[in-house]
Design a binder for this molecule. Structure first.
Ligand code: ZN
Length: 119
């Protein structure tokens, strides 16, 4: 029992450098405050050596947030959802249009075959 525990602990120590970097225990951090257009204030901590992005998705509402409290980014983040939905709808109607076109062509061909329509 004790041996197994030591083995696990030993392997963790062996994976030291990467594990430490991932946990970020020793990395110095700084807090950046982001503001979204809903007046949410979100404090995000970054490693000091990391360059904080200009925009950060507000964890509270998902809108883009910036470091400028007086000038939060416009709430355009909602749009992608609409656009995505529209895209899905668009794609569906494209498929429908294709089916309609196929049917129309099939009808056209069958009519041409039977001689009802002459081009
Ligand atoms: Zn927000």
């Amino acid at each position: 029992m004790a041996g197994a525990g030591n083995a696990i602990r030993g392997s963790r120590v062996g994976a030291g450098p990467m594990g430490e970097a991932e946990r970020g225990d020793t990395a110095p951090r700084r807090a950046i405050t982001y503001f979204c257009s809903h007046d949410h204030r979100s404090v995000i901590t970054f490693a000091v050596e990391a360059v904080p992005p200009e925009l950060w998705d507000c964890p509270k509402c998902g809108l883009p947030a910036s470091m400028d409290s007086d000038n939060p980014p416009p709430a355009t983040k909602i749009e992608p959802y609409k656009t995505h939905l529209a895209y899905v709808k668009e794609r569906r109607s494209d498929q429908e249009a294709e089916v309609i076109l196929d049917e129309a062509l099939a009808l056209l061909r069958s009519r041409r075959k039977s001689g009802d329509v002459i081009f």
